[in-house]
Design a protein. Structure first.
Length: 307
């Protein structure tokens, strides 16, 4: 049996810090914990795929339960997001004064320009994207978050057109701005919150569309598809048809751009990846919102048209 690749120590420290070294399911302090790969892919050491679980809960996730139900990957993701949000709130983020907020907003355009200039230095670009995320996490308010989304929208367009190495990083950050919406029982979603999600989906649609048309980045396509599925699930959790319909529009536009004007497939990998993702989203729809027939028909039509 091949040896499992280790989780990078920096990533391990980050996920343990975000969870306060506590299991995200039972939330009992003082228990020994492990880091679990939610999708069971031990090569996927992305922070969103790593959950902190105690030994007892880990066995209920990975072990066979007989007639009992094990925790599904979707359940683990929701536990993870809900707990990490509670840890963040418990740490009491201090909001800066208005003058300082204006200074922060004025810096965002500079950061965006630096990211675009770092196309050949992906590590540096990722660090700068993390700065945007941390600004939203620790200092976020309506104006600041709106400016960050605007900056990511510009990056979505430019990286989709011709920076396939940066495009997946931008797609991930768009999702991270909304990952804390884990369901109405834990985190409510008001009109402003829904607007944020829709803005992020629109930026992701732009990236997906131009990557399919021009960029042809394989990693970008894979990451975009993953984030579309995440946003789709949020729309289902909150019964927000506008969010679900926005995601479906992103799928449709991205699939359309995989074809040449003559009707031949130009970006075959993109078409295949997006179709697989759309099928997974359809299955999620049937499981969580089986009465949403209009959305189901739209998905069937897209799958039929992209054969």
């Amino acid at each position: 049996m091949p040896r499992r690749p280790p989780i990078p120590s920096s990533m391990k420290a980050e996920v343990l810090f975000r969870n306060d070294h506590i299991c995200c399911i039972c939330r009992i302090k003082g228990k020994d914990v492990q880091i679990h790969h939610i999708d069971d892919n031990h090569n996927n050491n992305h922070i969103e795929n790593l959950a902190v679980l105690c030994l007892d809960c880990h066995s209920q996730v990975t072990g066979r339960r007989g007639l009992g139900q094990s925790y599904t990957p979707g359940e683990v993701r929701r536990y993870k997001r809900a707990w990490e949000r509670k840890v963040q709130e418990a740490r009491g983020v201090h909001q800066p004064n208005i003058r300082y907020q204006k200074e922060l907003i004025s810096q965002i355009d500079i950061i965006v320009c630096e990211i675009l200039a770092s196309e050949k230095n992906v590590s540096r670009a990722n660090e700068l994207l993390d700065v945007l995320y941390e600004l939203n996490l620790w200092r976020g308010n309506r104006k600041l978050t709106g400016k960050i989304v605007e900056g990511l929208g510009h990056l979505a367009l430019m990286t989709g057109l011709g920076a396939p190495r940066l495009a997946p990083l931008v797609a991930e950050k768009l999702w991270q701005l909304c990952w804390h919406f884990v369901g109405p029982d834990d985190v409510p979603m008001n009109k402003q919150d829904a607007g944020l999600v829709l803005d992020c989906v629109d930026c992701l649609r732009t990236l997906a569309e131009f990557n399919s048309m021009v960029g042809h980045g394989r990693k970008a396509t894979t990451t975009v598809a993953e984030q579309l599925e995440n946003f789709f699930e949020v729309g289902l959790w909150y019964s927000r048809k506008r969010i679900v319909n926005a995601v479906l529009r992103a799928y449709k536009e991205a699939l359309k751009e995989c074809y040449e004007d003559s009707g031949n497939i130009e970006f075959r990998f993109g078409r295949q990846t997006l179709r697989r993702s759309l099928k997974r989203s359809k299955q999620t729809l049937l499981e969580q919102q089986p009465n949403w027939r209009y959305q189901e028909r739209r998905m069937d039509e897209m799958l039929q048209d992209s054969q």
